[in-house]
Design a protein around this ligand. Sequence first.
Ligand code: AMP
Ligand code: MG
Length: 356
Amino acid sequence: MRKGRQLGRWAVVIAVALAVAAGWALRRGPEAVESASSRAESLGFSMGTVVRVSAQGNRAEEQVAKVMAELDRLTPLFDRFRPYGDIAALNAAGGDWVVVTPEVLELLEEALRLAELSGGAFDPTIAPLVDLWGFVEVDEGGSSPTPIAGVEPPDPVELAEALTAVDYRGVEIDREAGRVRLVIPGQALDLGAVAKGYGADRAAALLRQHSIMRGLIDLGGDVYALGARPDGSPWRLGIRHPREPGKIIGIVHVSDAAVATSGDYERYFEHEGVRYSHILDPKTGWPAQGLASVTVVAPSGVWADALSTAAFVLGKEEGMALIESLPGVDGVFIDDELNVSVTSGLVDRFERFPAE
Ligand code: AMP
Ligand code: MG
């Protein structure tokens, strides 16, 4: 009898212990997942710019490292000054077909679509003009020529000649064979206005593929905002003040979107009181005038990057009309008198800074 009671007591003790353990295990479940979720951040140099990637999620450190490696892999493919890169090979092929890496083919196809969409304001065959004006892309890791700072506008005859080679319609893509050729004599590609956007897209896709849904990818100001902030609110990204280095002029609220800025303060020279910036109008051959910066928010980095360049070339009126016409795309336009205009979709997601 006693023995039976004792056994019964033990059974109760064991049952309680099991229940506690089960409860503990249940409570541990989500915590265990949480502990595998980590934050990681990495700083590097790719695509000619400082890259910062931060992410939160499962094995974040490993995934961020993979993103940095992927950006390093892509960099030489798109840099026209890397002798063995695809773009360098295409530019040197004298009109012959060149088989390119699938990523280069993909970006070129998208670039041609955006050139068409912008009526040629964004044109990836701008290279001859960029060279003539002296706005040469600098890439410390590549074999770029010494950057020539432009000191005065080029000779009009040379300008007219360079202009004949600038036409995206001269780029032929043979998708089946994975090859590309440049049919206009003297034609050359410069992907400086879209490569960083492509890098941001690849980085976001890689993180998502590994179930990382929160992070920030920043390639020298071309940003992809993955997911939202830890409290669930959108990311807040600063827009640089175009005339006061180190200051910001506004903040955009974004989540799962790309943000790119084209500004006249990045690379420019002044001649007889006029500022000539590195963003060139493919129609006239001259640096675009009128705007100090354009920031575009778009679903993809390539779109944001190409469209900010295109809108900068088109100017405030035409540029805003283009951006307004594209669903899911918005922009902040700052003219050279520092007037700020935002497209309709951003009105509630833009804060002037400091507040007016
Ligand atoms: P972003 O800072 O993205 O506007 O890109 C500017 C860079 O793109 C320049 O440094 C040039 O290499 C190149 N570029 C300049 N003007 C154009 C244009 N109209 N279309 C395409 N690329 C351009
Ligand atoms: Mg751009």
